[in-house]
Design a protein around this ligand. Structure first.
Ligand code: BG6
Length: 500
């Protein structure tokens, strides 16, 4: 039986709550996964009451779910959720919240979700601690902390110090929503439940690995946050390094949170540190200029509203990393992310070594292609193995074909990452949340790059919106024939050289 719980959302009128958290909680309710007594307290600064919140959330849910919105579930969901008005910087908010959570008929297990500005995390946790709202006398208290956890290594350490004055590590749920995505979790099953893959998953057979997250959207209304962050902090330090750990880790002894996280930390610790003098050889940054997306003209980053004149914040970042252990020594792992790129795509691409050519010498098949394993995270979540086969006909010609090992059948729906993670908090399962040492070691990886970039501000190379980023980024590749992979389709010869 699942615990009853009060979910308190700080920042409940903001973007994340509107587009992710409230719809995810609604979906959990619709699927019957919340206990009957579970309640949600939406807190915000706006001068709303519960009636106004209900009207707003009806709109949010119908924007997001359209015809999937069920009126009877909606009515039940509204009964679960109430509004608490409070300004986080006003001292009077906290005793009032204490009274609200204690007087109303609310479950005594409480999960606090920090959907607020990172600068406010420690203030809110200290305030909750001060009024006794983190004491676990009559039920558990858990705190979900959104990314970014810190702005660099030093600030992550200070944040950790500040919050552990009030919380034990078991109460802290540092969220990285990528770990809630279906294919991402499937990486472990794919690797560790298939005997035929494990023997190949190492430097003897794998030539290089690419992890790409590209978006066609720009910075939108988030310039205030994004301009102080940039692509390296926003995506690589968190989501992309997490993907890297899952691809590269050793099999954990068990699937429990600690064994899993121990193995992930080992990978992060084994990443070869980037010396300040080697930053340019290992990292690349750029910024989008105006261009076209889906036939529409879009502005460049510097013309977006809220972006300061002359900003040198990168909207595209790429990195070459090496895991210095027995399994991966010498195998480059390329990470890349960008806004306003040609397509929205998150893809892990594993490129295998060239087969020996001798056997085919003198035939039309002498230029053999490499095998790839492609783990598509979005928009398609799928797993494909790209192989070489003979073309029908008299000649010895080959072509690439793709074996599809996708785990979702047509009638099986996709579960949003936030649904999974919000439920894990109620269940006390921290496997898909980050332990502090993971965060710390991820900062250690990117810190030298961030510092070097801050010391050499720019101007940055520009790439036209709607493209795959600057050609010059190819300089990170170890070999001239390596190129960015951004399609799930088998690549044919006509595309060679035009992929960057
Ligand atoms: C967030 C970043 O963590 O992840 C955003 O702050 C980014 O900038 C987003 O757009 C991408 O998430 P998803 O789930 O849309 O791929």
């Amino acid at each position: 039986m699942r615990d009853d719980c009060t979910y308190v959302i700080f920042g409940a009128t903001g973007n994340l709550a509107r587009i992710k958290l409230i719809p995810a909680l609604y979906q959990l309710d619709a699927k019957g996964l919340l206990s009957a007594s579970t309640r949600i307290v939406a807190t915000g600064r706006r001068d709303w009451d519960t009636t106004r919140l209900h009207a707003e959330l009806e709109q949010w849910l119908s924007d997001k779910l359209a015809e999937r919105l069920d009126s009877s579930v909606l009515e039940r969901f509204k009964q679960r959720i109430s509004y608490f008005r409070g300004d986080l910087v006003d001292d009077a908010t906290w005793p009032a919240l204490h009274d609200f959570l204690n007087s109303a008929d609310l479950p005594r297990n409480i999960a606090y979700y920090m959907s607020i500005r990172p600068a406010e995390f420690s203030l809110v946790i200290a305030s909750l601690g001060r009024v006794g709202l983190l004491k676990q006398d009559d039920g558990w208290r858990r705190v979900v902390i959104e990314k970014p956890f810190g702005y660099d290594l030093e600030s992550a350490r200070s944040l950790q110090q500040a919050i552990t004055r009030h919380l034990d590590e078991e109460q802290i749920y540092r969220i990285d929503h990528y770990l809630g995505k279906g294919t991402v979790q499937n990486v472990l099953v794919f690797r560790f439940a298939n005997t035929m893959l494990e023997p190949l998953w190492n430097r003897n057979y794998i030539e290089h690995i690419q992890i790409t997250h590209s978006e066609s959207l720009g910075v939108g209304t988030r310039a205030a946050y994004y301009d102080g962050s940039g692509a390296m902090r926003d995506m690589i330090q968190s989501h992309l390094l997490q993907l890297l750990t899952l691809v590269a880790m050793e099999p954990p002894a068990y699937m429990d949170a600690e064994s899993l996280r121990d193995e992930k930390v080992k990978v992060l610790k084994s990443l070869r540190p980037i010396e300040p003098s080697a930053v340019d050889a290992h990292a690349y940054r750029a910024q989008y200029a105006s261009g076209h997306i889906d036939g529409t003209d879009v502005p460049g980053y510097l013309q977006e509203s809220g972006v300061p004149d002359g900003s040198t914040t990168e909207t595209y970042a790429a990195m070459k990393l090496y895991v210095d252990n027995w399994r991966w020594r010498g195998v480059p792992i390329y990470l890349r992310t960008g806004k306003r790129m040609a397509e929205r795509q998150s893809l892990i691409s594993i490129c295998f070594r060239h087969p020996p050519q001798q056997f085919f010498r003198g035939t039309s098949a002498s230029q053999l292609k490499q095998n790839w394993v492609l783990l598509g995270i979005q928009p398609q979540d799928c797993m494909r193995m790209e192989m070489t086969v003979k073309q029908p006909g008299l000649d010895m010609r080959t072509r690439q074909t793709s074996l599809d090992a996708s785990f979702r059948r047509g009638d099986e729906t996709r579960i949003d990452a936030y649904e999974e993670l919000l439920l894990d908090v109620i269940d006390g399962d921290r496997s898909l949340f980050l332990r502090y040492d993971e965060v710390e070691h991820a900062w250690r990886v990117v810190d030298p790059v961030i510092r070097h970039w801050a010391d050499t501000p720019g101007p940055l190379t520009q790439y036209a919106a709607g493209t795959w980023g600057p050609e010059e980024c190819r300089r990170l590749f170890e070999k001239p024939e390596q190129q960015w992979r951004h399609t799930l389709r088998p690549i044919d010869d006509s595309e060679k050289g035009s992929l960057c």
